[in-house]
Design a protein. Structure first.
Length: 146
């Protein structure tokens, strides 16, 4: 008679428990907590042109009057706002993945800007901000005398 050793950590039951454990870990990794909810909201793109900077920020569902855009220190741009949850009176929410609440995002710009000439508009849920460079930040051509 041949004896075989039984491994309690193998078999279909253990495989199913291992799969359940992995799925639960994946679920909790995606779960947003209060600290990380608006950590990088809104997502922005910022690029430099010869005369200024252009910024785009994704803000679906917000209006320009619901935002507060400020420039401080001539190189700090702050975008503040609040996204309110949609209220359904005759229905029940089954899934709510779009976050809501107050947010603040401050960016340090690579050069000084003229805060009196900043322009902002919203189109199709995207905030467009043009920040012209301050005269002190623009390159000047120096004439060389010989």
């Amino acid at each position: 008679m041949r004896l075989s050793r039984i491994n309690p950590w193998s078999g279909p039951l253990f495989n199913q428990l291992n799969r359940l454990h992995s799925e639960m870990n994946r679920l909790f990794e995606r779960w947003p907590n209060e600290e990380s909810r608006f950590e990088t909201f809104p997502p922005v793109n910022l690029w430099e042109e010869a005369d200024g900077f252009r910024l785009e920020a994704e803000l679906p569902g917000l209006k320009l009057e619901d935002l507060d855009i400020t420039v401080t220190g001539r190189n700090q741009l702050t975008i503040k706002g609040e996204r309110k949850p949609e209220v359904t009176e005759n229905g029940q929410a089954h899934r709510q993945e779009r976050m809501f609440g107050s947010f603040v995002r401050t960016l340090t710009l690579p050069a000084l800007v003229d805060e009196n000439k900043v322009e902002a508009r919203i189109e199709h849920g995207v905030l467009h901000v043009y920040l012209p460079k301050h005269e002190a930040a623009k390159p000047r051509k120096i004439q060389v005398k010989g």
